[in-house]
Ligand binder design. Structure first.
Ligand SMILES: [Mg+2]
Length: 231
């Protein structure tokens, strides 16, 4: 095994339980704004459609095809439209409330603090995240994660996003880390794992959803605490 010195983490869906946190916030806003009544649909049906639309828009955002502002509102606007409601101002309100409320959620995957406390003593820890800056910094503070990390690289503050190789090189430089002493930990097979592998960095794929893949990362785990046996 290599002697690692630097560990780069992804945040959303790797440490911060994005899907659980996000769903709670969306349930609350739907209730507050009466969305289910207006769309004449039950919450779970609405939410399934939203998730699909949000996923597609994030893909387009990562590829530079749409702006952050468009993505933020359109994911709700298009979801309402799917159920026959064309209400841009409701979507704008929803988007505002969502971005305001969600970073205050503090749901983390089991073992997050235990893992980070352990790793923090042995390695330098850093974050590379594609999330929106104003949201990610609040999440880190509210979830009491910020003190573990040395460098926090937020794609919005750079010209790049994962999976672009430049953001990894930029992160390595900021952390004063060499590729061969570094390992990337993340849930996204493309943006975190294949992307870091492509520049020669080792990787731990946190495959909580047990996705099938022909790609073989350096390591693969199904829960965070399995990482204790690797590092
Ligand atoms: Mg992620």
């Amino acid at each position: 095994m290599k002697s690692y010195q630097h560990i780069f983490f992804d945040l959303d869906r790797t440490l911060w339980d994005f899907d659980t946190n996000s769903k709670v916030v969306i349930i609350n806003i739907c209730e507050r704004l009466g969305v289910n009544k207006k769309c004449k649909v039950d919450f779970e049906t609405f939410y399934a459609v939203y998730q699909q639309i949000n996923h597609e828009l994030w893909e387009q955002y990562r590829n530079g095809k749409v702006s952050k502002e468009f993505l933020s509102v359109e994911r709700f606007h298009a979801s309402f439209q799917h159920f026959g409601l064309d209400d841009l101002s409701l979507a704008t309100q929803f988007s505002h409330d969502y971005v305001t409320d969600s970073p205050y959620m503090t749901g983390l995957f089991p073992g997050t603090h235990e893992l980070l406390q352990y790793l923090h003593k042995k390695y330098k820890l850093h974050l590379i995240t594609n999330g929106f800056a104003e949201v990610q910094l609040i999440k880190l503070r509210e979830s009491k994660l910020q003190d573990y990390f040395d460098q926090v690289i937020i794609s919005e503050y750079t010209p790049w996003k994962k999976p672009s190789p430049e953001i990894f090189h930029y992160a390595l430089e900021k952390a004063n880390a060499k590729i061969e002493e570094s390992i990337m930990i993340g849930d996204d097979l493309g943006a975190d794992i294949k992307a870091s592998a492509a520049i020669g960095m080792d990787q731990i794929w946190t495959n909580f959803e047990k996705e099938e893949s022909a790609f073989k990362p350096t390591y693969e785990v199904f829960s965070l605490l399995e990482i204790l046996a690797i590092l």
